[in-house]
Design a protein around this ligand. Structure first.
Ligand code: F0G
Length: 362
């Protein structure tokens, strides 16, 4: 029987309420917290049949590009901006390789807060720059890299009346751990293996925290192996020391001295996983594979999770028929320049049926 609402009409299905309302009991919010949300989270977990076949496991893709600003950053930003508003902040600031700035700009606008973002000049994807600008952030292009910009932002947070909304702000990590909750809710337990790109290392730290808290609360019975992947030209954790001049096509993770370095190594060590590097070639091959074989268009940094899985294979000691989740952290449309550089430019033809038929050779 169809359930009926009070007025006798069919009861509406409860729509997704955003990260804070869905996971309130696990988050540092109270009734006094003004919830600033764009209904982030609740993203698709898409089966990847061809990838599964190649890897010999059931592989699923957590499509974080489906968030309101097109990346996982919205999960943390809803909490960071809500808490900033609760604490009476007037302005927020972040350093960013692009996605954090897009998300901060959008959520700050929603909350009526001033937003300033520092981005590395010439090394941020076009879509992300467009987002920060259109949402009204004050965008400063720094002649330097992300690590330098973050150093300045941290100092700014101490000297000026602004709240830093990089993942050094613990509320960001709190919100981002919701990704792990969603995975367990969808799968009925934690996956066997969790693959994730690593840049500033906040996200791997957040997922691990989420898995631990959910198991502690009895919502899951086990923990996944955490496999983090850095780009080879920007792989400080793999190298064991900061990289002064990180370089990679995956600009989102072009980071040489991650703020949550320890969080990443702890997640890898405690879970029996690891942190490894993938080359730009491997990243771009995975990026094209995902688009052409699985019909999921993610940005290059996101493809590092799949590139890593393909390069390193499954860890030893898994049970039969393991489940693997790869987090695809941001949408492919963020970086149209890279997409176009990976394909041949469309042919121009005369506006005639004959020309189309000749060209398509059907
Ligand atoms: N994937 C994408 C698409 C990202 O934008 C980032 C980080 C990561 C992966 C890595 O996540 O830093 O938590 O290890 N982007 C940050 C930014 C640095 O400024 O947007 P992480």
């Amino acid at each position: 029987m169809t359930p009926v609402g009070e007025a006798g009409a069919p009861a509406a299905r409860q729509p997704w309420r955003g990260v804070i309302e869905e996971y309130r009991e696990f988050l540092p919010v109270s009734e006094a917290t003004p919830v600033v949300t764009l209904l982030e989270g609740g993203t698709p977990l898409v089966p990847a049949p061809r990838l599964s076949e190649r890897v010999g496991a059931r592989v699923l893709l957590k499509v974080e590009g489906a968030n309101p600003t097109g990346s996982f950053k919205d999960r943390g930003m809803t909490v960071a901006i809500s808490k900033a508003a609760e604490q009476g902040a007037k302005a927020v600031v972040c350093a960013s390789t692009g996605n954090t700035s897009a998300s901060a700009a959008a959520f700050a606008a929603r909350a009526g807060l001033t937003c300033a973002v520092l981005i590395p000049e010439g090394h941020i994807a076009l879509g992300k720059l467009a987002q920060a600008l259109i949402h009204g952030a004050k965008v400063l292009q720094v002649r330097g890299n992300f690590d330098q910009a973050l150093t300045i932002v941290r100092e700014l947070g101490e000297r000026a009346p602004v709240t830093v909304v990089n993942s050094v702000n613990p509320f960001r990590i709190e919100g981002q751990k919701s990704g792990a909750f969603e995975l367990v809710d969808a799968l009925g337990d934690a996956p066997d293996v969790h693959c994730i790109p690593v840049g500033n290392a906040g996200n791997i730290t957040a997922y691990w925290k989420g898995y631990l808290e959910y198991r502690e609360a009895g919502r899951s019975t086990r923990l996944p192996r955490m496999l983090g992947f850095q780009a080879a030209g920007a792989a400080p954790i793999v190298a064991g020391h900061p990289i002064e001049r990180p370089e990679t096509v995956a600009t989102a993770i072009r980071i040489g001295n991650p703020a949550s370095w320890y969080g990443a190594t702890a997640a890898a060590a405690e879970s029996g996983g690891g942190i490894a590097a993938v080359t730009d070639e491997q990243i771009l091959a995975a990026y094209r594979f995902l688009a052409t074989e699985e019909s999921v268009f993610c940005e290059p940094a996101s493809a590092a999770s799949v590139a890593g899985l393909l390069a390193t294979g499954l860890p030893d000691g898994l049970g039969p028929a393991p489940t693997v989740v790869c987090v695809l952290t941001g949408h492919g449309l963020k970086d149209p320049d890279i997409a176009i550089s990976q394909i041949s430019v469309p042919t121009a033809i005369d506006a005639e049926l004959g020309a189309v038929l000749a060209e398509l050779a059907l």
